[in-house]
Design a protein around this ligand. Structure first.
Ligand SMILES: *Cc1c(COP(=O)(O)O)cnc(C)c1O
Length: 436
């Protein structure tokens, strides 16, 4: 233990922070065992799917050109379909990010005159332009697809009465975001998503229910299609890429939905048949193989951060004791110096670019400066330890990731050390630390 403290000290972390961290961890043993148990289940699920699909050495090779008969690509898609309990899947490097995957899924199933419903409030920022809530070129609105939204009730539950009123003749598709994203609403459990889908389908059985699964993969033992979702969508530089996938996205779902999505992604008539995998498949397979334990590490980091910061008087979402359904942790500092120090600490703990200091900057799509910490092997990867915060009240940071629990722990302790070094908090405020 002391040897580890010496190593931490060599990396700029004080004895006091080490002692406080150790104290907090003592109380988390039970939580961590639960997280490990889920990871174990999901690891077996992934291995089982790979074995059943007969993943072979030949699957790790790639194709070029049109990518006809790409064994590795087609096998990987059947592995995803197995894991996500769907009939089919599209897992491609040509899907550039989560937003693109969601845009493909939505636009592939909606036609002019159709309506899209979000029964869980405002969707993720980037989807506002996909849908046309904020005007944008090529939005669904431009193609004559209308949009309706029902907000969650004050306590975060579904507004069933308004949802029932919102479903009409033209409602074709429903988008349900599992993660809170950068909002303060609760993240939805798979069980809750199931209740919502059951209700929606009782009103209109042929609704296509799509779940934005970003940050939720492998956090629970089940995935949304098991709760009735027709399409499940996410990014490979988040949980399911396991930190190794350098790009890509996935759409898993009903056969007809995936056919629609493939026709939209490539071309009508070509669908899933084209799309060279080049040399990317080893990282997709191996990343997926690692994803359950990588997600567990990130989850432990989120739980540790909540439990470390809550006793210091900072509001945390989810709360220290709260159950988790995604890997995002929000911490509210109330002052800009807190957000800046936290991000500085996370950056200083990174394996890449640890020597740079993050500065608040104007970002497209944001109405305030944003500070970001990311020292990632894969640019923009948020399954790697990363944090960002808009420089405006309530001065909260959103942090996520960590490819290993040890790195997540180090980063979080480093953030606390930075808050102490920058005098946002004082050593006297650290509870429970008795240094011998
Ligand atoms: C990250 C995220 C997206 C968008 O993904 P990008 O890869 O950043 O385009 C969409 N929805 C949610 C909930 C997300 O967390």
């Amino acid at each position: 233990m002391l040897e580890n403290d010496k190593m931490y000290e060599a990396l700029g972390i004080s004895k006091e922070v080490c002692a406080y961290g150790r104290y907090i961890l003592e109380g988390l043993k039970e939580r961590f065992l639960q997280i490990d148990e889920i990871a174990e289940y999901n690891q077996m699920k992934v291995i089982k799917a790979m074995q059943e699909a007969k993943v072979s050495e030949a699957c790790l090779l790639g194709t070029t050109g049109y990518g006809y008969n790409d064994l590795g690509r087609d096998t990987l898609e059947s592995v995803y379909a197995n894991i996500f309990h769907t009939q089919d899947a599209l897992v491609r490097p040509q899907i550039t990010c989560g937003t693109h995957a969601l845009a493909v899924a939505l636009s592939s199933c909606l036609r002019p005159g159709d309506e899209l419903l979000s029964p869980v409030g405002k969707p993720y920022d980037t989807l506002e332009e996909v849908i046309g809530i904020r005007p944008a070129k090529g939005s669904l609105a431009e193609y004559g697809v209308t949009y309706r939204q029902v907000d969650l009730l004050e306590d975060g539950s579904f507004d069933y009465e308004q949802i029932k009123k919102a479903v009409n003749d033209r409602t074709k598709m429903v988008t349900i975001q599992r993660s809170k994203g950068y909002q303060t609403r609760p993240t939805l459990s798979v069980e809750k998503i199931g209740e919502l889908i059951a209700f929606l389908k009782s009103i209109k059985p042929d609704l296509i229910c799509m779940v934005d699964n970003c940050y939720g993969e492998f956090v629970e033992k089940t995935e949304p299609a098991e709760a009735g979702a027709d399409m499940v969508v996410g990014s490979l530089i988040k949980n399911p890429g396991g930190g190794l996938a350098p790009t890509g996205g996935y759409i898993a779902g009903k056969k007809g939905c995936i056919e629609n999505a493939a026709c939209r992604l490539t071309s009508p008539g070509l669908a899933k048949e084209v799309g060279a995998s080049l040399g990317i498949l080893p990282s997709f397979y191996q990343g997926l193989f690692l994803a359950p334990t990588v997600t567990a590490g990130a989850l432990k980091g989120a739980v540790f951060a909540a439990n470390l910061y809550e006793p210091l008087g900072f509001a945390v979402i989810p709360g220290a004791k709260e159950e988790r359904h995604d890997i995002i942790q929000a911490i509210t500092f109330g002052v800009p110096e807190g957000v800046a120090a936290f991000c500085k600490g996370i950056q200083a703990a990174a394996p890449v670019d640890s020597f740079v200091t993050p500065e608040p900057w104007d970002m497209p799509g944001y109405d305030s400066k944003v500070i970001m910490a990311a020292g990632a092997f894969v640019s923009g990867s948020s399954i790697e330890l990363s944090a960002d915060g808009p420089m405006k009240p309530p001065y909260a940071v959103y942090f996520q990731g960590g490819l290993t629990w040890c790195h997540a722990k180090f980063g979080i302790m480093k953030s606390l050390q930075q808050l102490l070094d920058d005098r946002v908090i004082s050593y006297a405020q650290l509870p429970y630390t008795t240094i011998s």
